[in-house]
Design a protein around this ligand. Structure first.
Ligand code: SF4
Length: 370
């Protein structure tokens, strides 16, 4: 049977074959040409780019052109405030913080409370409290407030005005082809997201510019919809199509294709008690053999191991150290028990530092979102 790829920005996505996404969706590769150009432009590469976790894009080369010409660049992202930050949200947050710094870009960060209302039935006041916690995480991870615009979808009239205009320019069949059969609330949430993505190009924000959206590849339908809408609203707005850079999914601790807020026991949240986290890492799916003897003889399988992924995606910054873990696992020098203990220490140290820092940002997030 052919490997299955399901991209659903509103639900569960599965990717069994990343390579096929290029031909299925017409994505461009983050290849050596892109990385070498970044180096030529003196843009340092973060671990997501160095390790191939950011693997695909749309028009990211145009973002680099704009950077080379010294033009304004916007980075757009957001969160649906339904739950605390987990490692997937951390990944997106770190990417926007990185691009804010290296491209000297302005960040537009949307709190998608309207989507939380229509998709998850979370009342606006409740999602506000969750958003305060999320924004405190974002600030503690390093977002610079000075060059950011953080807003609630429900309060940003410019976004909903755009969504209304878009609703006249698209058919129900078109939305169905992108998202499958959904209720009207979700279709309108998609149009609202398109408004979020294009708002940075309005005159109120210094007009036309390239907007980069760093997201998981499951969000590609939103990017395609928005790029399509740009052409359809030409008589009203002279927008540039948004660019996107896509990362691979971080799997759940049990090895399912994506960490999801919908299954808390298989995810690691940034608010988790470090003692609990240590237990979760020890129970996570590894790539070990049935016995220590077999592992010493045949070596482990880091490609299948979520614990190795924790190190690769999130917690081991040094490429040399990561390479050492991989090598020792492959040639049987490393056993899963000790390895999990070592990687759990990285995770716990990060969480303790982050949680201390975050405490300082809670009152700031409350003021920002009041
Ligand atoms: Fe994973 Fe470490 Fe076991 Fe290798 S030794 S399979 S990296 S837990």
């Amino acid at each position: 049977m052919e490997p299955k790829n399901v991209l659903d920005p509103f639900g569960q996505s599965y990717i069994e074959d990343y390579e096929r996404l290029f031909s299925e969706l017409g994505l461009q590769k983050i290849d050596r040409t892109i990385l070498e150009r970044m180096v030529e432009l003196r843009i340092e590469l973060n671990r997501y780019l160095r390790r191939g976790i950011d693997f695909a894009h749309r028009d990211f080369d145009k973002v680099l052109d704009a950077f080379e010409r010294g033009e304004n660049i916007a980075v757009m992202s957001g969160i649906k405030p339904t739950n605390e930050f987990h490692l997937g949200s951390k990944m997106t947050a770190e990417k926007i913080i990185y691009f804010q710094r290296v491209l000297r870009a302005k960040v537009f960060y949307c709190i998608a409370d309207l989507e939380a209302l229509v998709d998850n039935k979370i009342p606006l006041e409740e999602s506000k409290q969750i958003a305060i916690d999320n924004v405190a995480d974002l600030l503690a991870l390093g977002l610079r407030r000075k060059n950011s615009y953080i807003y609630f979808q429900s309060r940003e009239k410019k976004v909903t005005n755009l969504a209304y205009l878009f609703s006249r320019k698209i058919t129900l069949n078109h939305l169905r082809s992108l998202y499958g059969d959904r209720h009207l609330g979700l279709y309108f949430a998609a149009l609202t997201q398109a408004g979020d993505i294009l708002m940075p190009q309005l005159r109120d924000f210094d007009g036309k510019k390239i907007v980069l959206v760093p997201v998981g590849v499951d969000q590609d339908p939103h990017i395609r919809l928005t790029r399509d809408l740009v052409a359809r609203v030409k008589e009203y707005y002279d927008f540039l199509p948004p660019a996107a850079i896509y990362h691979r999914f971080f799997r759940s601790l049990r090895g399912e294709s994506k960490m999801s807020k919908r299954s808390p026991r298989s995810m690691l949240a940034l608010n988790d008690d470090p003692i609990e986290v240590e237990k979760k890492v020890k129970l996570a799916l590894d790539g070990g053999r049935k016995t220590a003897k077999e592992q010493r003889e045949k070596g482990g399988e880091p490609e299948k191991c979520v614990v190795f992924e924790l190190a690769k995606f999130h917690f081991v910054e040094s490429d040399e150290k990561l390479e050492q873990i991989y090598r020792e696992c492959k040639n049987g020098e490393r056993l899963c028990g000790e390895c999990k203990e070592e990687i759990a220490r990285y995770v716990v140290n990060f969480l303790k530092r982050h949680q201390r820092r975050k405490k300082r940002f809670i009152p700031i997030a409350e003021r920002l979102l009041s």
